[in-house]
Each structure stands twice: as C-alpha cells, then as structure tokens.
Design a protein around this ligand. Structure first.
Ligand code: HEM
Length: 373
C-alpha cells in the first residue's frame, strides 16, 4: 500500500464471493490494530484511526459473531421495507427542492448541489435528527470517509468526530426520555435478545448508519449520472423506458461503484483462496471493484449496459450484506428520475477528461458540472 503496509488483494469474482462468505476473514480489524501502532506520541493520522474506531468500534460492520448478529438482527427489524418505503415522499421532496434550487442556472455542480446533500437529509430523517442539525452530520460524515492530507486535516477530523459523539449521546438521552417514531427510538426501546443496546452501541450504530448511508450513496449518485451522460444510447433507453431505473443503478454499482478497491478483512486463521494460502494475521482487501469487472464472470465487462442480465447482488455478500441496499437504490433512483424529468437536455458542462476523482476510500467525483440549457 502507499503507506508501506502489506495487504493481500483478492480480485477474481468467484474468489471475492468465497472470501466474503468465509467467517475466517473477519471484519474485526481492530484485532490487529494494537500490534501495528507506532510508538507514542501517536502521529495525528494514527489518532484519527484510533478515534474513528471509537464511534465505529462497537458498530456491527466492525464486529464478528455473536455481537454482530445481535446488533444486526435488531437493525434489520427496524429497517423493514415499510420504514424504507415510508421515506419515499421525504426523498422525493428533498430531490425536488435541490433541483428547483439550480433551475435556471447556466450550470451547476451535481455533487455539491444534490449528491452531497440528499443522503444526509435521509439519514437524519431516519434517525429523527432535525434538519437544522444536518450540517453537523454532514461534516462528521465527510471526515469519516475522507482522506487526511496533512496533520491539520487529521486534527479537524478528530474534532468533528468528538462533536458527533457528543451530539448523538445527547440525542440518545432525549429519545430514552421521550421516544419518537424514528429508527433511533426503535433501537433504544426494542431489546436486542433481551439486553438493551448500550449508549456506546447506539452511538456506534448511528455513526455506522451515517457513514454507511451517506458516503457511498452520495458518490453513487454522481458516478451513475456520469456513466449515463457518457453513454447517450443508454441514457436514451432510460428516458424512453423509466422502468429501467433499477437496472441503471445496479449496472452503475457494477461499472463504477463506490466500493473501491474493496472491503477490508483480517485473517483469523490460515485461509486458502483460489489455491493460495493467506496466512493467519494478514490484512486482506476483498476486491469488489475488480470482481465487478472480472471477464470470467461478466460478458464485455467494460461496457455500461442496462440490458445486462441481473445475475447478482452487488452491495456486498454474506454476513455483512448491506442493510441499506433498498434505501440506497431508492435514493439514487429518485435523484435520477427527478433529474431526467426536470432537465430533458442535461449534459456535461466540461469534457469528461477534466473531471477529477476524490481521494479517500469511497470512489466518487470531486465535482460533476452540468448544463441543462
Ligand atoms: C450506494 C450505496 C451503498 C453501498 C454501495 C453500500 C455498500 C455496502 C457494502 C459493500 C457493505 C458490506 C460491508 C462489508 O462486508 O464489510 C455494506 C454494509 C452495510 N451498509 Fe451499505 N451501502 C450503501 C448504502 C447504505 C445505506 C443507505 C445504509 C443505511 C442507511 C447502509 C448501511 C449499511 C450497514 C449498517 C452495513 C453493515 C452491515 C453489517 O455489518 O452487517 N448502506 N454496505
């Protein structure tokens, strides 16, 4: 890796599916963290690593069984289809407001105007956080997934995580006293296998839903629209037949998805994958992005094609299968539908070669300047 750390990288589709289904390749990354810490005083970037592991350390995405299963059961129940579908009017209203705000402008940046805004609004609605506090969530979400270019950025990240932690703790106390119809209240009031969630677990869950729910959805909005604008035949097909919307989102996740290069795992034991033994104690990147372009699995994998047979789920597999998959798809579909309906002549405002990719662990665009005249 650029940092000098050693990682195994799994790239073939079949090996990636096998790795994600293998409980010996664990999400409990913190298990190896203590051994790899540099001596005190810790440099700011390491402080971020440790500090991030506090709000997210008790989050199920970073745990294995049985703790993972206890938390996951609870959130899956609270995240049922009726709650997700109930968010549709709020997402549609949010998308309408954001696109109304840019109507009539000669050009606008989709990333700033829409993609960075809508998913945070949705997570806030889900957790029962008032719109007026969404900025605190937006800052925390962007630093959690961000790249610390220097020590100053690393220290700003630590401060934003502290603010998020304090805010959610206060919100949890408020909802314990007066539960509302939101998901956070449901997590507080429904016992998980008899033992209620602790405050630390609730803060971690809120952090996970924010981080898991904001960053990839935001980046996927930009990546999907860019793929469509670069493939006018596919865009025309979608305009002619809006029932292709779910396919457009699925295909964008495969063709230019936000999970790049892949998902991190820690080998609890020696594990053989594709004829190679990964030794116990290794860190592994399960290369979802490479698997999504594996020519042994996908015909003509470099082609963006809405008519591709929908053979697979692409938001992760196995134990940690994305709990927000339905919500994410709904968000991106609503943004696309609103954009295409509102702006029949939508197109790139700069040549595609001038677009820059953002740094960080989630693949997306720095900006996506568009014109609609
Ligand atoms: C385009 C958007 C999204 C993408 C590409 C995505 C992708 C993923 C992937 C690949 C995983 C598996 C992680 C692993 O195996 O280590 C995952 C897990 C998860 N996702 Fe998503 N996700 C998206 C949106 C969302 C949304 C909107 C939410 C919630 C509001 C969410 C919540 C979660 C949670 C809580 C987990 C952890 C599940 C577990 O550990 O059992 N995600 N997501």
């Amino acid at each position: 890796m650029p940092s000098g750390a050693e990682r195994w990288l799994i790239t073939r589709y079949d090996d990636v599916v096998a790795a994600l289904a293998d409980p010996r390749l664990s999400n409990e990354l913190a298990r190896g963290l203590q051994q790899s810490l540099p001596p005190e005083p810790l440099p700011p970037r390491w402080q971020v690593t440790l500090r991030t592991s506090r709000p997210l350390g008790r989050a199920m995405a970073n745990l294995g069984p049985p703790d993972h299963d206890r938390l996951r059961k609870l959130v899956v129940r609270a995240f049922g289809a009726s709650r997700v579908d109930g968010l549709r009017p709020r997402i549609e209203r949010g998308a309408d407001e954001l696109f109304d705000a840019v109507e009539g402008l000669p050009r606008f940046d989709l990333v700033e105007a829409v993609a960075n805004r809508l998913p945070v609004t949705v997570i806030c609605e889900l957790l029962g956080v008032p719109d007026s506090d969404a900025d605190l969530f937006r800052t925390a979400a962007s630093v959690l997934g961000g790249f610390q270019a220097d020590d100053e950025a690393a220290l700003r990240t630590v401060a934003a995580l502290d603010a998020f932690d304090a805010y959610v703790r206060a919100l949890v106390a408020e909802r314990r006293a007066t539960p509302g119809p939101d998901l956070l209240s449901e997590l507080i009031t429904t016992p998980a296998d008899g033992s209620p969630l602790t405050d630390d677990e609730l803060v971690s869950m809120a952090g996970l839903l924010l981080f898991g729910g904001y960053e990839p959805s935001a980046q996927l909005i930009g990546n999907t629209l860019l793929a469509l604008l670069q493939h006018p035949d596919q865009l025309d097909a979608l305009r002619a037949d809006p029932s292709l919307l779910p396919r457009a989102v699925e295909e964008a996740i495969r063709y230019d998805g936000p999970v790049t290069p892949g998902l991190s795992r820690y080998a609890l034991d020696d594990v053989e994958i594709g004829g190679t033994t990964i030794p116990k104690g290794s860190y592994v990147i399960v290369g979802v992005a490479a698997a999504n372009r594996d020519p042994d699995h996908w015909a003509d994998p470099g082609r963006f094609d809405l008519t591709r047979p929908d053979a697979t789920r692409r938001l992760g597999f196995g134990l940690h299968y994305c709990v927000g998959a339905r919500l994410a798809a709904l968000e991106v579909e609503i943004v696309l539908a609103t954009a295409l309906r509102s702006f029949p002549r939508l197109r790139l405002a700069v040549p595609a070669e001038r677009l820059r990719r953002r740094a960080g662990s989630v693949r997306g665009l720095v900006e996506l300047p568009l014109r609609m005249d």
